[in-house]
Design a binder for this molecule. Structure first.
Ligand code: SIN
Length: 492
């Protein structure tokens, strides 16, 4: 039996830190000021964490500000060597980090491991890139002038992260911030703070100085979020989460005119043209749609399939979906874990009920499995139409709705008919179609014959109400730096 049992493996407990972390110290609070963390697979409480608020937020900001002064004065190489030690420790502890993630998020252990590798890739990449934050030398318009630009860290940065990628969304922000010379305050999602504290424990072990990384945890994020946005000392807010919350954070940050990065909701179109390779289109749709039980903001949300391939593609997709095993993330057979909470489950059910009432047909799935709880069967719906709620809203669950279309212009119009603009996907063998549609899609990222596009080396981010700024790559580093222009005069 190679099935994982938590009780067989208690080593992860070294990394199990149910606390906040400020100024280099783990912080617990008196009893009564705590909140519960649940395992979504079993609905059992796995930890109690301190309910932090405004006082702890002010203390974290002050500590981060003091630490910033020293951290920014280290050489880029010194900072990057510490990041590299952190990267090595993350990989050395991959098994334990994955267990903690599966415990609090529910995703299958193999997906947790893949996420830890993805998370570590940001630390790896920015530990190199931090040494290359070059400015420019600009030819001046006057003979006695010399012009250069330098890049400097923006300052204390507040990083607010979601539950769907409890590790990668942290490292995608922390690594460039630290490499640039910023100090940070992390507020992870209330459902998944244990992956955050485990990562911070490893950062502490790597030797990242006190105050450079701080962690605030709470079930009620509002007082913390407000203080982080309104406090003048914080110079940067980076948020990954819903568009609704992102808009509030932008408004709250306006008075102190902070630099903001927002990675918000999506409503990704995935377009399958008549000439697509069906096997590739199906394989990549599965990867895009059902990753993390459909709970990513780049998951295909609306699948547009051209008339001539609709039957072949939908049958092939349903056949593969039938092979998925739904279950506890610790069972090695599980491909699809539970949804994160009851409101996530209710949303999937609401989208399905609305679609069926308006004429959609269930090709496979369409209900909870006998396991009950927060599990939902991976589902494929056909004969889906534009008047259904799932055309407008992000489902964030394992529901694949298949729309029909006739021609390129029609599908471009349908795909762009949304306030969101994060990711889009197209499947075709025709280079002309690939170029034309990629250029016409109003989305920040386009996968061509690929359902997965996330990587540390490319700029991740959206347009319209899907966000501001980019994460990963050179662009992700610039989000934590200001450009200063120096003008030297009277050079004889
Ligand atoms: C997200 O869902 O917010 C991020 C997904 C990714 O990085 O691939």
């Amino acid at each position: 039996m190679d099935e994982f049992k938590i009780e067989d493996n208690i080593s992860y407990k070294n990394l199990f830190k149910p606390y906040g972390y400020i100024n280099g110290e783990w912080i617990d609070l008196p009893k009564g000021k705590s909140f519960d963390i649940y395992n979504p697979s079993t609905n059992k409480i796995i930890a109690k964490m301190p309910e932090m608020g405004i006082d702890e937020t002010k203390y974290a900001i002050e500590s981060a500000n003091i630490a910033f002064d020293k951290w920014k004065k280290k050489t880029a190489k010194e900072r990057c060597l510490l990041l590299r030690k952190w990267y090595n420790l993350v990989l050395e502890n991959i098994d334990d980090l994955s267990v903690i993630m599966t415990l609090e998020n529910g995703k299958p252990l193999k997906e947790s491991k893949a996420e830890i590798i993805y998370a570590s890739s940001f630390i790896d990449w920015f530990s190199e890139e931090g040494k290359r934050t070059y400015g420019r030398s600009i030819p001046a318009t006057q003979i006695d002038k010399r012009i250069i630009t330098i890049k400097q860290p923006v300052g204390v940065s507040a990083l607010i992260t979601p539950w769907n990628f409890p590790a990668a969304m942290i490292t995608r922000k922390v690594a460039p911030a630290l490499a640039a010379g910023c100090s940070v305050i992390i507020k992870p999602a209330e459902q998944t703070p244990l992956s955050a504290s485990a990562l911070i424990y490893l950062a502490q072990k790597a030797g990242i100085p006190k105050g450079v990384i701080n962690l605030l945890v709470a079930n009620n994020p509002i007082p913390i979020g407000k203080e982080l946005c309104e406090n003048d000392t914080v110079r940067k807010i980076s948020f990954t989460g819903s568009t609704e919350v992102g808009k509030i954070l932008i408004k709250d940050s306006a008075n102190s005119v902070k630099k903001v990065s927002m990675e918000l909701g999506g409503n990704a179109p995935l377009i399958v043209f008549n000439d697509a390779d069906v096997d590739i289109a199906v394989k990549e749709t599965l990867a895009s749609k059902y990753r993390n039980s459909g709970q990513t903001c780049v998951c295909a949300n609306r699948i547009f399939v051209q008339d001539g391939i609709y039957k072949k593609y939908s049958e092939a997709l349903a056949k593969k979906v039938a092979d998925f095993k739904v279950g506890d993330g610790f069972e090695h057979t599980s491909d699809i874990g539970p949804l994160i909470d009851n409101s996530g489950l209710k949303k999937v059910e609401r989208h399905l009920d609305d679609a069926i009432a308006k004429g959609a047909k269930v090709l496979i799935g369409g209900k909870q499995p006998s396991l009950g709880g927060l599990y939902y069967e991976p589902t494929v719906l056909t004969e889906v139409a534009k008047n259904m709620v799932l055309f407008k809203e992000e489902t964030f669950g394992p529901l694949a709705p298949l729309f029909r279309f006739k021609d390129v212009d029609e599908v471009i119009n349908m795909a762009n008919n949304t306030n969101y603009g994060l990711a889009g996907y197209i499947f075709t063998k025709d280079l002309n179609t690939a170029w034309k549609v990629s250029e016409e899609l109003q989305f920040g990222m386009v996968g061509i014959n690929s359902g997965i596009l996330s990587t540390e080396v490319a700029p991740f981010g959206g347009v319209k109400e899907s966000g501001i700024g980019r994460e990963g790559a050179v662009e992700g580093m610039d989000e934590y730096m200001e450009i200063k222009y120096l003008c030297f005069g009277n050079i004889m």
